[in-house]
Design a protein around this ligand. Structure first.
Ligand SMILES: *Cc1c(COP(=O)(O)O)cnc(C)c1O
Length: 249
């Protein structure tokens, strides 16, 4: 097929060497320890890339899987969740929160500008009883870039966990997961990273895991349960095949 120039935020054009790497023979990811080592190495490279000491996991599913998995794993019935809404993807988080029984409280801001720290500060002074907050790094249709370096630390000052959709930004914009106190940072393979679609990248902090283990009710999903990834290395195994992984060497 003729080489195509695809000029969308993603799926993007995939370089030939990446396409060829996908044609490599793979082992059985469910039973072969070679895959386990490969997965571990890939995740630790991604952790370096995201500037975090937190666990990084790769999930077999497009970016939306990461967004849903974060909400499914954290949300319990009646939990209040703050949704920083200044774009289509920002707003969209409320659907996942409500699907898992949470109450999404939307803080709206113009879809044309970055989220105002001043508005957030004023809002949090009055109301900060939230289990977690969601924010989009770059909201793709408008291209608005939110300043996570100030938004996330402010939320954490109030003890609010931070969930970041960086699907469109990860790899293209600066992203310092630990320094900016991001509990769950989410990315996808097919945007800036320019690999084929089908993989979610998620960093998960100790505090985020703790919120999941301290739940009163079980996580209402199997595929979207981030706790099943928690002890992957200790268990030497995995329940979801990730044979789509390609070497990042
Ligand atoms: C593309 C995108 C998603 C969804 O990713 P898919 O891989 O298409 O499911 C989520 N959030 C943002 C900001 C995106 O640009």
């Amino acid at each position: 097929m003729k080489e195509m120039l695809i000029m969308t935020p993603g799926p993007t054009e995939v370089a030939e060497n990446v396409r060829l790497a996908r044609a490599k023979a793979t082992t059985n990811p469910d039973i072969d320890l070679a895959f386990y080592d490969f997965y571990k190495k890939t995740c630790s490279k991604l952790a370096q890339f995201l500037k975090t000491k937190s666990d990084v996991r790769v999930l077999a599913g497009e970016g939306i899987l990461g967004l849903e998995a974060a909400c499914a794993s954290l949300t319990e019935k009646g939990d209040r969740v703050l949704v920083l809404d200044n774009g289509i993807f920002g707003h969209g988080f409320s659907d996942f929160i409500e699907l898992y029984g949470g109450e999404a409280i939307l803080l709206e801001s113009s879809g044309k500008e970055a989220f105002s720290l001043e508005i957030l500060e004023k809002f949090l002074e009055k109301d900060h009883d939230f289990k977690y907050a969601t924010v989009v790094h770059c909201d793709t249709p408008s291209g608005v870039l939110n300043d996570l370096s100030s938004i996330c630390p402010l939320l954490k000052k109030y003890g609010i966990l931070t969930v970041v959709d960086s699907v469109a930004a990860m790899g293209g914009e600066e992203l310092q997961v630990d320094k900016w106190q991001i509990d769950i940072a989410l990315g996808g393979s097919q945007k800036v990273i320019s690999a084929p679609p089908g993989l979610t990248i998620a960093s998960i902090s100790t505090e985020a895991y703790q919120a999941m283990t301290e739940r009163k009710s079980p996580i209402a999903s199997f595929y979207c349960n981030l706790l099943t990834f928690k002890d992957y290395y200790e268990k030497n195994g995995f329940h979801i095949p990730c044979q789509f992984l390609i070497s990042m060497d």
